[in-house]
Ligand binder design. Structure first.
Ligand SMILES: [Zn+2]
Length: 573
């Protein structure tokens, strides 16, 4: 984790005012990455938290399920916590909840009905966690959560219904916290989704915190109307069965596709459990309206004509265990691809998934499917504001200070430049990394470089939270990249002499049977090390193991230029 805050983006000679009248802001996750979003504001002995998300672990963290924010500071100050605001139901904003709530003293969660239901659904996977206290909020609700913090919620547009942003009123000023938000356009290009931002902007905004995910994407995104028109064109052209693959979390688009299917007399079947449960939750709350008879079971599709069938599937990222991959590999019992089928990827490819998606498309194409994806047709737009949309929001809010959140450093610094184009003073844009505390007074701000809070990764691996640290990770990488060699030496307890030739076993290093010379040399070397030990004396075990590890490691590196993990096992008999 770096601690970079570039001078050109707002490092400023610190104000020296009474320490009492200061609002402190800190991002614990989401500021040097995409995911595990979590921030908090603190004023005197009051803290209010925004979101508690997860980040899926990349290849650099082998075996880890996901990563969550580091909540050490909040745990130490849990008596100050007055609530957690959850902006919407995506996992990068709610995913850490089952792992942290107890440690934080189970504070009240303020969120919308859809997010509440999805949080509750996920909580059932963690039966040993205490029941959550969730308070529902809706557009323009004003809740005073403590003496000095008042939250005003307002609706914004994102790729899932029921997303909110917040105006946080404090003694220092009003702050707007807007994450995962976009501006929409109708077919004529008229924008909407900005009225609430203008309304709060009129109240005078001290600081705006705004996401950076698509800050590097110029212009504005495609309008949903245009995308739905294009999907409808494909519906009209398609004579066979159709599979539409997308994230189950893009519930707004899922709802639109269902409505479009109904318009064309088609039936919908779900493939993928998360798609089914998410739609059910959204339908129960009235966010997705479905006519009776539209939804059919996947197992029943043979009862309908081919051009009536639309299958909504998860797995557009080529995930190996998701539904679309099972269709491609023929593992899905109810649906096998055949010539005449159309597969639509209404998604972008998350960096890192390119190969998996390519394999998936190849496999489906070999089986005769016709494939549409976001590169050959305009059938996808992201839920995150592009450069022009971010600028429209900044102009509507008119903040004095601007803090880009959510994204890698370059995304955030690009976002800061957008604010400057909108009239925010250069010295008032703040690009601060995870764990850095930004202190706001009524007249200025400073970044407290002396008090960086713990913000490093907390890994969730199976049932373990935080118990996989750097050493375990280093071992996993070593094993994955260089393999391992186990050396078993048996010594006489009384004399300390080697009883038999050491056993050598390797996995993922080199094939020993084809490298007898190396094995023989290794044996000789081990015997040599052991012979140097003082006779008639039990040698300190760790010392001996260290010696073998170092010397054999060096020997193998000279011979092979590889560094396998070496596990010496010493047995005294
Ligand atoms: Zn989101």
């Amino acid at each position: 984790m770096g601690t970079v805050l570039r001078a050109e983006h707002g490092k400023r000679a610190g104000f020296r005012e009474s320490a009492k009248d200061i609002v402190r802001f800190c991002g614990l996750g989401g500021l040097e990455e995409i995911g595990r979003n979590m921030s908090f504001f603190e004023y005197k002995d009051e803290i209010v938290i925004f979101d508690a998300g997860l980040e899926f672990a990349g290849e650099e963290n082998p075996g880890v399920d996901y990563i969550i924010p580091n909540t050490t500071y909040l745990e130490q100050n849990k008596h100050k916590i007055r609530g957690i605001v959850v902006t919407h139901a995506h996992y990068d904003h709610i995913g850490a909840i089952p792992h942290i709530m107890e440690k934080l003293g189970n504070p009240t969660i303020y969120t919308t009905p859809l997010a509440r239901e999805i949080i509750k659904k996920r909580q059932t996977d963690y039966p040993n966690t205490p029941p959550l206290d969730i308070e529902i909020v809706k557009n323009r609700d004003v809740i005073k959560v403590s003496d000095n913090f008042t939250l005003e919620f307002f609706n914004i547009i994102h790729s899932i219904p029921d997303s909110i942003s917040i105006m946080l009123k404090t003694p220092v000023g009003n702050f707007v916290y807007a994450t995962d938000v976009k501006v929409e356009y109708d077919a004529k290009g008229v924008e909407y989704g900005l009225d609430e931002f203008r309304r709060v902007g009129e109240q005078g905004i001290h600081g705006l915190f705004l996401e950076s995910t698509n800050a590097e994407v110029p212009g504005k995104s495609l309008s949903s109307e245009l995308i739905m028109d294009n999907i409808e064109d494909i519906f009209l052209k398609t004579k066979g069965r159709m599979v539409i693959a997308m994230f189950a979390s893009m519930l707004t688009r899922v709802g639109e596709v269902i409505t479009l299917a109904e318009k064309h007399g088609k039936k919908i079947a779900f493939s993928g459990l998360s798609m089914k449960t998410n739609v059910q939750i959204a339908q129960n709350l009235g966010y997705i309206k479905i006519k009776p008879g539209t939804i059919i079971q996947l197992a029943d599709i043979h009862k309908y004509k081919d051009d009536q069938i639309v299958i909504l599937s998860t797995g557009a990222q080529g995930e190996s265990n998701a539904s679309l991959m099972k269709i491609a590999t023929g593992e899905n019992r109810s649906f096998q691809t055949r010539p005449g089928d159309t597969i639509m990827f209404s998604s972008s490819i998350i960096p890192g998934n390119e190969r998996a998606v390519q394999t998936l498309k190849d496999s489906l194409a070999r089986q005769g499917a016709h494939i549409y994806h976001s590169k050959n047709s305009d059938i996808y737009s992201s839920g995150h504001a592009t450069a022009d949309e971010l600028k429209a929001i900044i102009k509507a809010v008119k903040p004095k200070y601007y803090v880009p959140i959510h994204g890698y450093y370059f995304m955030r610094s690009t976002n800061a430049l957008l604010a400057q184009e909108c009239g925010v003073l250069k010295e008032n844009t703040i690009v601060a990394d995870n764990g850095l505390v930004v202190e706001f007074s009524k007249t200025g701000f400073q970044v407290d470089f002396d008090h960086q809070l713990p913000a490093h990764y907390v890994m969730v691996d199976g049932l373990g939270v935080g118990d996989v640290g750097e050493i375990v990770m280093r071992d996993r990488k070593m094993l994955a990249e260089e393999g391992m060699v186990v050396i078993v030496a048996t010594l006489d307890k009384k004399t300390g002499t080697v009883i038999k030739s050491p056993d050598i076993v390797s996995r993922g290093f080199i094939y020993l049977k084809e490298n007898v010379n190396i094995v023989e040399d290794m044996r000789k070397k081990i015997k040599g090390i052991l012979a140097q030990m003082p006779a008639h004396k039990e040698v300190e075990m760790d010392y001996l193991k260290g010696l073998i590890r170092d010397q054999i490691g060096q020997f193998l590196y000279t011979k092979t230029k590889r560094r396998p993990m070496i596990l010496p096992v010493i047995i005294y008999v």
